[in-house]
Design a binder for this molecule. Sequence first.
Ligand code: ZN
Length: 151
Amino acid sequence: MVNCTKGEAGRMALPAHVRELDLDALDDVVGRRDAKAPDKAVLLVPGEGEPVGIALRATTNAVGSAAMCALCRTTHGPGGTALFAAPRKGARGRGGDTVGTYVCADLACAEHVRIEKATATLRPAPGLTVDERRAGLRIRAQAFAAEVVDP
Ligand SMILES: [Zn+2]
């Protein structure tokens, strides 16, 4: 985790399968809200070497209209996206400087890019294969992580 303390990371209520992920083999962007404090969330971004873990905070209620996730480019119906803010790494973040982005409210981008057919409330980026969507998600998540780490 680059932008919170070990204690904060340890206190997050994450499902066992997230805690037990093989980080060396992580291939997908993994996002999860804290089960006990849903305004808190974590995003794991695979890259070269170890994945980058980013603590996020949901800053508002879900977006009330249809909107697109900035990471996976899935368009959701009302309530499907939310604004999350990540404190920047280091002193700036501790001083309240954050990077904000509108993403899937459930942070399940990796699942949404695998949807083959659009539904009434979930529309993956059109004209792309699942592999292309996965690659795009990874690139955009890495760019977001880079902003958090080194603005
Ligand atoms: Zn998404």
